[in-house]
Design a protein around this ligand. Structure first.
Ligand SMILES: [Mn+2]
Length: 425
């Protein structure tokens, strides 16, 4: 199922209401000295990768409730990303997970990606599960394992993932390591960390010259006592040990409650070491809820630092943006549409912050004014700007409404049947 611009224009119907909203908002912003066309263009340029594992129904350790019409193979997953991109004009990339998404026919996969305007963003390795046909088990760790042969198998898997990514045009490998312990005394912290550093350096040493390595961190889960790469500091240290093309990846859900993630972002960008970003939302832990569903103001404050960093830290690379959310009670495509909207909304609001006025208020120690500036931007309803950015690219005025009125899920069920299951978790 492929949505054409005509399908979407038909679903958009009359644009008069939007045009009135856009006119009102843009006049207000122009009066404030905002270059509205440039703002809309920035929003339109912001592209977020969709992870292949978020397209089927997610599960918990207690169960998984299947969603009808799920993509049953990689080609269908890319087709789903194409639907998201057609509606939003902001999901022009897919992030694959190997071995779940190992292509069988590279030419066919690339062709369907081209047809849908989708590129291959960071590619992810998997050493947190045992795969059929592998000699050694990762039950007691992979890159951090005390057994040299197991570490070598995990390093070789990462090298293989890079070779697959090269054939698709990806330029980035993301490592998230589940290695850790569930009980005190189970393993030497120091040895686990030094083995991990050695393994990461081996993987980095095999990367093509135009590739970069992103190292993700997470405080707990699946292990519940310690995780080897538990926080941004450990990831930063490993990235520095590997070299210039190794960076830290921040996943919003991979922090202990109430961590100041915006400060983590600012610190890493000032050092030129923030390479990737995974969006989701959470109440308690790594809940992988829809972006912006729980703490939209926190997301806005994080975007404030990202926008500042992108404008002021040329030492930091362009970031690999991805949604890393997946759960089991919403239509996964509707969930991703909501996440994409929330990301764009937070980004647009952060772009509205008057950075010069904020700096002046900071230098005057005018704490109240600082808050007024941030919250003034946050309280602005920027949705007409997002709509304008989408419409300029042929996208939907309201992606969820268009998805429903065009009966996309029904169409996918018609093509794929009710009982397909997406590969992955
Ligand atoms: Mn992640």
């Amino acid at each position: 199922m492929q949505l054409t611009k005509q399908h979407i224009a038909d679903a958009n119907g009359n644009l008069k209401g939007h045009q009135a909203d856009y006119y009102y908002l843009s006049q207000k912003l122009i009066d404030q000295g905002v270059d509205v066309d440039a703002l809309v263009q920035k929003v339109a340029d912001f592209q977020v990768a969709i992870p292949s594992w978020a397209l089927g129904a997610g599960g918990t350790r207690f169960g998984r409730f299947s969603f009808h019409g799920e993509p049953g193979n990689l080609e269908q997953k890319i087709g789903d990303v194409g639907i998201l991109h057609a509606l939003t004009q902001t999901a022009g990339a897919v992030s694959l997970h190997i071995p779940w998404d190992t292509p069988t026919d590279y030419a066919a996969v690339k062709q369907i990606a081209d047809q849908n305007g989708i590129v291959f963003d960071a590619i992810n390795s998997n050493t947190f599960q045992d795969q059929p046909g592998t000699k050694h088990s990762y039950k007691h760790g992979s890159l951090a394992n005390s057994d040299e042969a197991i570490r070598a198998q995990a390093v070789a898997h990462n090298n293989e993932v890079v070779r697959i990514g090269e054939k698709l045009g990806s330029k980035t490998l993301t490592i998230w390591l589940a290695d850790g312990t569930s009980f005190p005394g189970q393993r030497s912290f120091q040895k686990a960390l030094s083995q991990t550093e050695k393994s990461c350096k081996e993987i980095y040493g095999e990367l093509p010259q135009d590739w970069s390595l992103l190292i993700e961190y997470k405080p707990y889960e699946p292990n519940f006592y310690s995780t080897v790469i538990m926080d941004w500091g450990t990831s930063f240290m490993l990235a520095n040990a590997c070299g210039d093309r190794a960076y830290t990846l921040v996943d919003l859900g991979h922090h202990l409650p109430n961590s100041n993630i915006e400060q983590v972002v600012a610190t890493l960008m000032s050092k030129g070491k923030l390479g990737g970003f995974h969006f989701n939302d959470s109440k308690y832990g790594d809940d992988d809820l829809t972006v912006g569903s729980i703490k939209p103001y926190a997301l806005f404050l994080i975007f404030n630092e990202l926008v500042y960093g992108m404008a002021n830290n040329p030492q930091n690379p362009d970031l690999a943006w991805m949604i890393d959310a997946s759960h089991n009670i919403k239509d996964p495509l509707e969930d991703l549409l909501q996440s994409l909207e929330a990301i764009q909304e937070a980004y647009a609001k952060a772009l509205l912050i008057d950075q010069k006025a904020l700096e002046a208020a900071q230098l005057n120690h005018d704490v109240v004014k600082c808050q007024e500036i941030l919250q003034g931007a946050y309280r602005t309803d920027v949705r007409p700007l997002l709509q304008k950015a989408r419409l300029n690219g042929g996208g939907a005025l309201n992606p969820i409404e268009a998805y429903r009125s065009l009966k996309v899920r029904e169409g996918l069920i018609g093509e794929r049947g009710k009982h397909t299951v997406a590969t992955g978790l």
